[in-house]
Design a protein. Sequence first.
Length: 262
Amino acid sequence: MYSLRRWWGFYGSKVILAGVALGSAWFLRQTQGALLVELYYQATRPFQAEAPQMEILQEAASIEMQERLLELESQNAQLKKLLGEKSFNGSQPIFAPIVGRSADQWWQQTLLGRGQNQGMAVGSIVTAPGGLVGRITQVTPNTSRVLLVTDASSSVGLMISRSRAQAYGRGQGTNQMIMHFFDKDPDVRTGDVVTTSSISTLFPGGIPVGVVESVTLKTSPTPQAVVRLTAPINRLEWVQVIPFQPPVQKLPALKPVEDLTP
């Protein structure tokens, strides 16, 4: 008995401290350090801002609502512009959202969320606020693929509105198009408005395309002009689609062979 008391006198305090340490470690493990977090919060509370948590949450919610409102107003304004435009051939336009556009073909083609079931057809003309966007080259029951006028393979019959000078344009993979004139001395100047030509076989005449930015008269074989496209093709979300079928060019009737004999 005396030896036990003597041992406790030497090691009792260490046993108690070890027990407290082990108990504390077990408690912190079970509560995942919640006590330490609470102690830290109470210790740093005098140095924290006085704004109540509810006010912070209300401010965050208010900012979120403002952002949502701005986005809805932006979409509404874009749809109003589309609805306010009149069709160039009297056909009822179809408004279609852009649902697919890859980064490596950003200026070449895009995918619309409307297809055969909604009246889309190959050859239909695609426009947006500002002017020409492209034409539909492929349709499925619920989607349509658009070849953009900015694609290098896209060719468009063009005309200077002021002077009626005729030309054709090719996309450059940017918001600019190169305009190649047929006349060696065209009446064209910087700032002229460019539209589709009435003699174009793929597009109806009179659709706004862009504005002449620069003119080079000494290029071979004919003069050229750089046209800045007015439709915001790089940031489109909705477009207007107009049904269009190129006019059938009738050839003059041939005389029967017997009428050609002397």
